[in-house]
Design a protein around this ligand. Structure first.
Ligand code: OXD
Length: 309
């Protein structure tokens, strides 16, 4: 079998895959030999690279989100796609979210602003038990985040499109479930996939449902948020608006354009899509398994392009 690899670390992937699949020929997208591959292992391939491939039997998406791949105009129809599930990224994402929740629950945002004024003033601590957190999206990563926060002592509400049950998590689903969750949580965490159904789910109405002083943490997809509504809910300047602050790792357009007002908002923390890197070591087993399963004619859980994940 011939495998084509495309990613920032394609050479490492090529060598690692060649080591694990000695019968395979593995090339990177930078090599002249890149045409006529049987399988593509890639993160954000170009439309041109996809169009060059005429006999693909399967694609392995080197990430958990398939939105970029599914919206690629060069994507051939009918070729099965598998994505990484939790390939080592859920732990770092859970840490990112913990950092964000603690940031607001322990008032680090306020202390940071006070420091700029040399102001020594302690805020009464809100107990973890009184700081409910909502996690939207209970896939492999969302579930791990929800369970981590619950183990830390936060009351956790989870939401998914279809009903799910997770021990220790108050699980909600459907529209009514979302309304109920939004009304409860002091930190809202977004870990839904980017699909037409989740686009701008966090709009002015959703933000208005959150309790006053709530915070938003988005290590998921930027398209989930209506940015105009977010800025309105935050209000301008340092004085806390209805929405106290936001920690954002994902944006509809990345890199976040320099002119975005989010960069300069004093109660917004921006990170450059770093919450859950995909470590090659942890993802390799999954990629090899997927390729072996493709080759054996029994691909593992493939992406449903209609649902978008
Ligand atoms: C992913 C990502 O989808 O890094 O894995 O955004």
């Amino acid at each position: 079998m011939k495998i084509l690899v495309h990613s920032d670390d394609a050479e490492q992937w090529r060598d690692a895959l060649a080591g694990r699949l000695p019968g395979a020929r593995v090339v990177t997208s930078a090599e002249a030999e890149r045409r006529d591959a049987d399988y593509l292992v890639a993160w954000k391939p170009s439309a041109a690279l996809l169009r060059e491939q005429t006999r693909l039997k399967g694609i392995v998406n080197l990430g958990a989100g398939v939105d970029a791949l599914l919206s690629n105009p060069g994507l051939p129809s009918g070729v099965p796609i598998v994505k990484l599930r939790d390939a080592g990224m859920a732990g770092p994402i859970a840490d990112y979210v913990r950092y964000g929740v603690l940031h607001f629950q322990r008032d680090f945002d306020r202390y940071r602003r006070q420091q700029a004024r040399a102001e020594w003033r302690e805020h009464a601590m809100v107990d973890k038990g009184d700081w409910p957190v909502g996690v939207l999206g209970l896939g492999a990563i969302g579930a791990r985040v929800a369970e981590t926060l619950a183990a830390d002592g936060f009351p956790v509400h989870g939401w998914s499109r279809t009903p799910k049950a997770l021990e220790g998590i108050a699980c909600h689903h459907g529209e009514a479930g979302l309304e109920a969750l939004l009304g409860e949580v002091m930190s809202l965490v977004l870990l839904l996939p980017d699909t037409p159904a989740t686009h701008r789910l966090i709009d002015a109405r959703a933000l208005a449902r959150l309790p006053a002083g709530a915070s938003l943490i988005n290590p998921g997809r930027g398209t989930l948020i209506d940015e105009t509504a977010l800025l309105a809910a935050l209000g301008p300047g340092e004085a806390e608006g209805r929405l106290r602050g936001a920690l954002l790792d994902a944006f509809p357009k990345e890199p976040l354009p320099a002119e975005s007002p989010l960069w300069r908002h004093p109660r917004v923390w921006i990170t450059p899509h770093m919450a859950g890197p995909t470590p090659l070591g942890a993802a390799l087993d999954q990629v090899v398994e997927s390729l072996v399963a493709f080759e054996a004619g029994r691909p593992q859980a493939t992406v449903d392009p209609g649902a978008g994940y």
